[in-house]
Design a protein around this ligand. Structure first.
Ligand code: MFK
Length: 566
């Protein structure tokens, strides 16, 4: 009889067991905050492998379902969610995952603390992190552009730590006619008896259980005319229920059958005269909502890195327990190679993402003696430049590495009840959610052109690197300096050429700048870490590759490529 039982991979306290996060925070967070932050994260690190993990299991095992009609044929559109999903909402409020970013208790370190908490939460949250992303984005937008009424109502709900009053928000942009190209939005806003009412279909609305949403719509004047394109789009605030508790004329057409993120209800909605309030000026909708999706894009990055850490942790733990060909598999050279390469890329993603937590923190709570030693305008421009990069970079890495690391588990990784198959399906969303890799690459070009922000980014990188005096890291520091020169040189040439050439290198540019930013964070950490040897080894391995990866792209090559796919 075969009675062999393979010991399972297991998870320990997700903060106490995270040497990288602890070391990073120890270096960055001032003494005065450390005790409170470390205690809070350590307690939370235990919860995410305890009660919170059980909530997410319940949410995954009991996905949402839609009851559209009662037995008499009356339309109900009742969205049923599990107890686990509801409890995750409560935990999010109590643990202040959104609030930490707004109460600014840790001054310009507030976002860093918040991102750390989100990073611990996400892999045990059944993607409750998605509603939280939009909630945070909505809070930011209202903080920037909301009127007093919205600030006194919605903002307080979105940033509440009381489960009874906490609200989540949806972000309703995507329509059948345009996911990436939002300018094709067809939803109409009509003024009827002095009030805005929306009519149209929103094609991908996650967090359908939210109390509010921010939506784009095209204003129709009294003669039925609209302005085409994105300049015709305005931003609206919607509450999903009327004061009576009835639906605000919103029909749930159906829930999406998605590849992954099955616990998260994502619906197609019909707005059938939905009461709405205009935010900001008419025609300014895309610009305003960008302040929301720039936050959700950062959530995308933090959660992608968190998901990367979860599968890597499980793969390393499993590799220390599984025997094959007379050796524990973490002794086999090919597996060592895979795990080490994944670890190096994981560190790059971590440092890139947590570098941006420092940048956004300093942007939101600006002081002249800020840790970046830049003025406010410079910090804002670097934030704008790095946001699309951090999103696309981490998303692509986690998707690639999830596939590779699944192989470590072989057949068990391919079956549902190992949980690995679910990670594989779920993680694919990081490249889709909040904009695809190509759209984010084009957004980088938008930022580069508008702000000339690469030279400011270069200034930040150089300032950080100049502080690294370790002779051990001298060659590596030099390599990053040279990579910034190389990207700058390419940009100078390419911005003078036609649009097609610049678009053709947009992805390469994004990954090159991402590599430079990640390497800067890794070097800074290695220079200050308590036990620097491992951090030095990791950054050296990372810098074995070329940071600047900009390939050849010109009109002749483009024509050749077009022929190839014809
Ligand atoms: C977690 C599980 C989720 C479940 C499954 C999800 C499946 C997928 C669901 C989805 O649908 S996610 C997709 C969400 N959609 C997006 O992320 C939108 C992607 N498209 C873009 O980001 C486009 O680049 C964009 C719509 C913004 C382009 O629109 P336009 O009309 O071509 O923008 P334009 O004219 O360049 O910019 C208009 C204004 O906005 C300009 O400001 P000014 O008026 O002052 O000049 C821009 O500078 C500004 N702007 C645009 N992007 C910005 C920005 N400002 C700051 N940051 C940005 N990123």
């Amino acid at each position: 009889m075969n009675d062999f039982v393979q010991p399972m991979p297991s998870l320990k306290n997700q903060f106490d067991d995270d040497e990288l996060l602890k070391s990073f925070l120890k270096i960055k967070i001032p003494e005065e905050y450390q005790k409170e932050v470390f205690t809070n994260l350590s307690n939370f690190g235990q919860r995410v492998v305890g009660d919170i993990l059980l909530m997410s299991k319940d949410a995954e095992e009991n996905p949402p379902c839609l009851v559209q009609f009662d037995c008499w044929g009356v339309r109900k559109d009742e969205l049923k969610t599990s107890k686990g999903w509801k409890d995750l909402d409560k935990v999010s409020a109590e643990e202040e995952i959104v609030r930490i970013g707004y109460d600014k208790k840790f001054a310009h370190y507030s976002r860093m603390v918040q991102f750390s908490k989100l990073y611990l939460f996400h892999p045990s949250s059944a993607f409750y992190s998605c509603p939280l992303a939009m909630t945070d984005g909505a809070a930011k937008l209202i903080e920037l552009y909301g009127d007093e009424q919205l600030k006194l109502k919605a903002f307080l709900h979105l940033t509440s730590n009381d489960p009874e009053t906490f609200w989540t928000s949806g972000q309703w942009m995507t329509e059948k006619s345009g996911g990436s190209d939002v300018s094709r939005t067809e939803t109409i806003a009509r003024k009827i008896n002095g009030k805005w009412k929306l009519f149209g279909i929103k094609w991908f609305s996650s967090a359908t259980t939210s109390q509010m949403a921010l939506a784009l719509a095209r204003i129709e004047d009294e003669s039925g005319q609209t302005i085409a394109g994105s300049r015709g789009l305005s931003l609206f605030y919607i509450e999903l229920k009327k004061e009576t508790g009835e639906s605000n004329n919103i029909e749930i057409i159906r829930l999406k059958e998605k590849l992954g993120t099955k616990a998260l209800p994502t619906a197609e909605l019909k707005l059938n005269g939905t009461d709405a309030e205009l935010i900001g000026s008419i025609g300014d909708g895309v610009r305003l909502i960008s302040s929301m999706f720039n936050i959700t894009r950062l959530y995308n990055a933090v959660t992608a890195v968190a998901a990367f850490r979860r599968i890597l942790t499980l793969a390393k733990d499993y590799s220390s327990k599984r025997l094959a060909f007379k050796k524990i598999i973490n002794q086999h050279p090919l597996n060592v190679l895979i795990l080490a390469q994944a670890q190096v890329d994981f560190h790059a993603c971590f440092h890139l993402t947590f570098l941006i937590s420092e940048i956004i923190g300093n942007d939101e709570v600006f002081t002249t003696d800020n840790s970046l030693k830049l003025n406010h305008e410079e910090i804002s421009k670097i934030l704008r430049l790095l946001t699309p990069i951090v999103k696309l970079y981490t998303a692509k890495k986690v998707v690639t590495w999830t596939s590779e690391l699944l192989e470590v588990f072989a057949g068990v990784g391919y079956v549902e009840d190992s949980g690995i198959a679910r990670l594989y399906r779920d993680n694919q969303v990081f490249c889709i959610w909040e904009g695809t890799t190509n759209i984010l690459s084009l957004d980088l070009l938008r930022a580069l052109k508008k702000d000339n922000s690469f030279s400011i980014f270069k200034k930040m990188v150089h300032q950080k690197l100049q502080l690294i005096t370790s002779t051990e890291l001298k060659a590596e520091v030099q390599k990053v300096f040279m990579a910034t020169e190389e990207v700058e040189r390419v940009l100078e040439i390419k911005t003078k050429r036609d649009e097609c050439e610049l678009e053709g290198i947009a992805r390469d540019l994004a990954f090159s700048i991402g590599n430079i930013a990640a390497a800067t964070g890794m070097l800074e950490h290695a220079a200050h870490a308590n036990s620097p040897k491992n951090a030095e080894n990791i950054v050296k391995l990372f810098l074995e590759k070329n940071l600047s990866q900009i390939g050849k792209f010109d009109q002749a090559r483009f024509e050749k490529l077009q022929e190839v796919i014809s």
